[in-house]
Each structure stands twice: as structure tokens, then as C-alpha cells.
Ligand binder design. Structure first.
Ligand SMILES: [Zn+2]
Length: 413
């Protein structure tokens, strides 16, 4: 730590002040880590390091940002602010101006600066490592430090040297997440780091329930790497972008409400276009089915309130809200929001039209997915106990995007 670093003033980012980290701060976005995965792995004695953090550091349940999808929550965590501030509320959206459906492939929608961009611009050593290239392009927007993705392992290894024993992690496996964590270990071992963000993939959680051996084994692999980060003297903070729930019936088939089909049955063909913001052509294991969809009325003669009431009365729907109501209630950006937002009841998935979803992508697995309020509860874990002022604040409730504030400002390393 150099002298000029120690006297750097606090940085104000999106309305919060961050002090200069005095020890390396590593935040892990444990993608899809529903609290149930911690419970099952702890019962199996598979996660000694996480168990110690939860016991000796700090552990509560926090609420993820809505919708409980990967992109909006990673961006919220990176900015320390809700989607209303960041401008990112989906992976996939309808551009009202052009009528085109657009995949979020970079950070062009973002309205807020990230903690990474600001700290790196101020001279801090900041590294961002993600499982997916696509997410990295959002998170590393205007960031001048290290930015690596497990999907581009050669570039990552060229940048920082060997990463574990990896050459090329399998894109469709748990390996991407383990590569990200090994990159974090390699960074801390080899170079000075002030802030490191490690964003994993939820491949395992989409496929396996918490008590399945594959899930327990994965938790153990993650835990071992967390142990290495702790040994290297880092303050470690862990949150998830969303939980994960089973959305299949007793016979194993997916319990899906196809919202666009329902609206066409009730209000006629072409009544509305339904967008599933979970849609991601690079990730097929959820068949683009999740707990949150946006409805765009196509026929202006139709009464919006009648459509809303119809949707609210359907089996599998927890809430059907008019766009502005949803924005106010869930801190969503108004730009681009649907005319109606539909949130699934626990245990149900929402789709657009049945013909658009390829259920064969589930490959015989029960549908496990996320997106609604049922997947809002996520772990919030710190390696160190909170200072009294932060401990008091935490009692009022935590959001997953509070994690950098608490990890940087809230503990004494
Ligand atoms: Zn995710």
C-alpha cells in the first residue's frame, strides 16, 4: 500500500461513499446460490470455510433486485444500486422505439458507473472475472483494470499466468465457476489487488437440487477455493444474484403458464407480445422459462386493466402489475418496462408462446429456474464481523447490492 493510496479520499459512487480498501476485498457473486444450497451442503459437512465465515464473520439473508435474473443483479451489485439507477432490468428486452427484440450483449443500456470503473480510474488495482464474456462486457464498462472471462481462458492465462491446472474449462459445466475462483486465487497470489469481483455461473443450480450429490460436490469445490482466498488475507463477501426453485409438477414435467398464449385465447390473436427477459441464446438449460415476464399490448383497442385482471386471476400468477406500478414497487427503470409485468407464483414458470420454448433443452431434468419474488432471498456472507454501525444498519434489512458497501466500509480487516 503506497502513501498516496492511504490518503485517497472516500469515493462517492451512485450516492454511497466508499473508503479506500485497506486489505484486498473479494466479492463473489455466487450465481443461483439459493440459501437452500448452503443448508444442504452444511448438513453434508461439505463447506467448512463457508461454515466458518457464517459463524465467525457475518451471515444474513438479503433480497436480490427484481427481476431475479443474472444480468440485472450483477450490474446492481457492481454499481451498488437498484435497477432503477443502473438502467438494466433484463437479459433480453423489447425496444419500443424499433419494435425489435434485443439481447443485452454489452453495457450500452447502463446509466450508472460501476464501483470498478470508478476505483480503477482513481488508481486502485481492480480485477473483474466472470464466467461469461457477455456479462464481462457490461461489468467492465469504462473499467481500466483487469477484466477476464472463463469463456476466454487463453486470454485470461496470457494476462495473469497459469490459472489452477486449467487449459480450457468446459463451457457447459461447473468448470466455468471454478476457473473464475481459481483466477481470483491466482490474482491475489501474484499481484496487488484492492478490489476483486468474481462472478460465477448457475449451471449446477439449474440442473441439480440442493441435496443432490452433484450440487454438494460443487459446493465443496467452491468452498475449497474460498478457503484459499481467506488464507491470502482477503476480506471476502458473498452474495447471489438470485435463488433457484423447482418449477416442475409431481410427474416431473415443467409447470409453465404461457402468458402470450393465454392472452390470445382471452383477447384474440395478436393481442400482446410477451417478452421473457431470462432469454439467453447461450444458456439453454432453462428453456427461457423463468418467474418474470413483460407484456406489451399490441392491440391499442384492448383495455389494459382488463388484461391485467385476467392475468392476475390465472393459476401460476403471483402478481400482474401495470408497468408504472411494477417500477415503483420493485425499483425498476421506467424506460422499456412492459405495459404489464407478470410475476410467477412459487413453483411455476412463465413463458411467452408454447411454440417458442424448447423444453427438450431440459434434457430430462426437472425445470429449475428463477426470476420472481420466490427467488429473491439470497445469502449475504462476510468473512469478518460487522462494525457496530453497519451491524445496526443490517438489522433494517439487506439487499444483495449492498455487498461492496459492507465489505469495503463495514468491517475491520
Ligand atoms: Zn444467475
Amino acid at each position: 500500500m503506497t502513501g498516496d493510496r492511504e490518503i485517497s479520499p472516500a469515493l462517492s459512487i451512485n450516492g454511497r461513499d466508499y473508503r479506500w480498501p485497506v486489505a484486498p476485498v473479494v466479492v463473489i457473486c455466487f450465481d443461483g446460490c439459493d440459501p437452500a444450497y448452503l443448508v444442504a451442503a452444511e448438513q453434508a459437512h461439505a463447506i467448512p470455510n463457508l461454515s466458518r465465515m457464517m459463524r465467525d464473520g457475518f451471515h444474513r439473508t438479503a433480497l436480490a433486485a427484481m427481476p431475479t435474473f443474472t444480468n440485472p443483479n450483477n450490474v446492481a451489485i457492481a454499481c451498488g444500486a437498484p435497477p432503477a439507477v443502473t438502467g438494466v432490468s433484463g437479459n433480453y428486452y423489447l425496444d419500443r422505439a424499433t419494435g425489435r427484440e434485443v439481447m443485452v450483449l454489452d453495457g450500452h443500456q447502463m446509466k450508472a458507473e460501476t464501483i470498478f470503473a470508478r476505483f480503477s480510474a482513481t488508481g486502485a488495482d481492480v480485477a473483474v472475472v466472470t464466467a461469461k464474456d457477455k456479462l464481462l462486457r457490461s461489468l467492465a464498462r469504462n473499467h481500466t483494470g483487469i477484466a477476464l472471462s472463463a469463456e476466454s481462458p487463453e486470454a485470461a492465462i496470457a494476462a495473469i499466468g497459469p490459472i489452477g491446472a486449467w487449459e480450457r474449462p468446459d463451457k457447459y459445466s461447473a468448470d466455468l465457476s471454478l476457473f473464475v475462483l481459481d483466477a481470483g486465487v491466482a490474482l491475489l497470489e501474484r499481484q496487488h489487488c484492492d478490489i476483486v469481483y468474481l462472478s460465477l455461473s448457475d449451471y449446477v443450480q439449474h440442473k441439480h437440487a440442493p441435496e443432490e450429490p452433484e450440487a454438494i460436490a460443487f459446493m465443496g469445490e467452491v468452498d475449497a477455493r474460498i478457503g484459499r482466498l481467506l488464507k491470502l488475507g482477503a476480506v471476502v463477501g458473498i452474495v447471489a444474484d438470485h435463488g433457484m426453485n423447482d418449477m416442475a409438477g409431481p410427474d416431473g414435467s415443467a409447470r409453465v403458464l404461457y402468458v402470450q398464449d393465454e392472452l390470445e385465447r382471452a383477447f384474440g390473436p395478436g393481442a400482446a407480445r410477451v417478452i421473457c427477459p431470462i432469454t439467453d441464446p447461450f444458456v439453454r438449460h432453462h428453456a427461457s422459462l423463468g418467474g418474470f415476464v413483460r407484456v406489451y399490448r399490441r392491440n391499442d383497442a384492448l383495455d389494459m386493466t382488463a388484461m391485467q385482471h385476467h392475468l392476475a386471476g390465472l393459476d401460476g400468477v403471483e402478481q400482474a402489475l401495470l408497468g408504472p406500478e411494477a417500477c415503483a414497487l420493485y425499483e425498476l427503470p421506467e424506460e422499456g418496462e412492459g405495459d404489464i409485468v407478470v410475476i410467477a407464483a412459487p413453483g411455476f414458470a412463465l413463458g411467452a408462446a408454447a411454440a417458442e420454448h424448447d423444453l427438450s433443452a431440459l434434457a430430462g431434468h426437472r425445470l429449475r429456474s428463477h426470476g420472481g419474488t420466490a427467488e429473491q432471498k439470497v445469502p449475504f456472507i462476510l468473512s469478518h464481523p460487522l462494525d457496530p454501525a453497519f451491524a445496526a444498519r443490517a438489522e433494517a434489512g439487506l439487499r444483495n447490492f449492498d455487498i461492496f458497501d459492507y465489505a469495503i466500509n463495514g468491517v475491520t480487516p
